[in-house]
Design a protein around this ligand. Structure first.
Ligand code: PLP
Length: 384
């Protein structure tokens, strides 16, 4: 089945054996009647499994070309479940520019529980081998990264992980399976914040994992049930509905990002434009290798180094809303230095490239001409 058919039908056969509803019903129930102890139709208690959640788990697994899917109450709950595979003394190798919430979970929860984290730049995969030792049990990557859209070569990292028998987990939130499928490139675990593009409508918080290997799946299903960070059936339904249009939305997100990147590049008030589609982007060759398009995210800096000018630009936008998050149908703008990356000390932040004049855009599915006019009116006035 081709991807565009899978988003509509993948893993979705016979979702309602009772009445043949086309969409999986929302099974708003905590428990299921058993005919005699332990005898039931596959569902006993809804923390372990709920039919609406199972439908979503099958759909996401199908999109990622994986065998097993698990839903969680949020993206970070999905990451938390992966971390519970580890024991004190284990080490995790990860990249410096991962999602802030992932960084917080690693350094402020799991570091205290005896797990060691090493943060390195992974844009050159061959540089990472010297950071591996016999305690390294997990490599955690995210590509494209937030907010500077660096790319990591998944296949190259997977080769190194395999050689040393280390699990490789890829946060595929920014790319979505429409653009990139990490399991096929050698990853063991794919993680999603379905809150973003999979849900796609900024109306739900939900996370997911997909794996191919049955032992690993069994451990993660056990953690899902034992720790209990599951999503409710209504939220599963919303993400299922979102997924049905993932391919159409992603296509428009990518088209809009390209149009806006080209516009920003020629505007005199703009300095750097970060978009993996530019041939001049340092990781453009990786995008060509592992992605089918360049995604719906862009970052750019305003000329000079005055934070006030950047704030003026984003505060005067009319269509773009100033908000955290991304991946919804509406265009959003953010100021990483004072929003998503505010917890990182200024000096460290600037070394990463997250300067005060950096602005991040999540392009929605509006008409790109309206988005360009909106950016133009505020950029034309910068400095005045
Ligand atoms: C939002 C996000 C998360 C966390 O997901 P939640 O659903 O907010 O818990 C993890 N990784 C990335 C890349 C994200 O953008």
């Amino acid at each position: 089945m081709k991807f565009n058919t899978k988003v509509v039908h993948g893993g979705q056969k016979n979702v309602d054996p009772a009445y043949n509803a086309v969409m999986p019903p929302i099974y708003q129930t905590s428990t299921f009647v058993q005919s005699s102890p332990g005898e039931h139709k596959g569902f006993a208690y809804a923390r372990s499994a709920n039919p609406t959640r199972t439908a979503l788990e099958k759909a996401i697994a199908s999109l990622e070309n994986g065998k097993y899917g698990m839903g969680f109450g949020s993206g970070v709950a999905a990451i938390d479940a992966v971390m519970k595979l580890l024991k004190p003394g284990d080490e995790v190798l990860t990249s410096t520019d991962i999602y802030g919430g992932t960084h917080r979970l690693f350094t402020q929860i799991y570091a205290d529980l005896g797990i060691k984290f090493t943060f390195i730049s992974m844009q050159e995969a061959r540089n990472m081998e010297r950071f591996i030792n016999q305690n390294t049990k997990l490599i955690w990557i995210e590509t494209p990264t937030n907010p500077l859209l660096h790319l990591i070569d998944i296949q190259a990292v997977a080769k190194i992980a395999k050689k040393h028998s280390i699990l490789l987990a890829v946060d595929n939130t920014f790319a979505t399976p429409y653009l990139q499928q990490p399991l096929a490139l050698g990853a063991d675990i794919v993680m999603h914040s379905a809150t973003k593009y999979l849900g796609g409508h900024s109306d739900v918080i939900l996370g997911a994992l997909v794996v191919n290997e049955s032992d690993l799946a069994e451990k993660l299903y056990f953690i899902q049930k034992a720790s209990g960070a599951i999503p409710g059936p209504q939220d599963c339904f919303l993400v299922l509905r979102g997924i049905k249009t993932l391919h159409l939305r992603m296509q428009r997100h990518c088209e809009n990002a390209k149009a806006i990147a080209l516009f920003l590049k020629q505007h005199p008030a703009v300095d750097q434009v970060y978009w993996p589609g530019f041939k001049s982007h340092p990781n453009h060759h990786i995008a060509e290798k592992q992605m089918t398009d360049y995604g719906g995210m862009i970052a750019f800096t305003i000329v000079g180094n005055q934070k006030e000018k950047a704030l003026q630009v984003l505060e005067n936008l009319k269509i773009f809303s100033l908000a955290e998050s991304l991946g919804g149908v509406e265009s959003l703008v953010g100021h990483p230095a004072s929003m998503t990356h505010a917890s990182i000390p200024k000096e460290e932040r600037e070394k990463m490239g997250v300067v005060d004049t950096l602005i991040r855009l999540s392009l929605g599915i509006e008409d790109h001409e309206d988005l360009i006019l909106d950016l133009k009116q505020t950029l034309d006035n910068v400095g005045s």
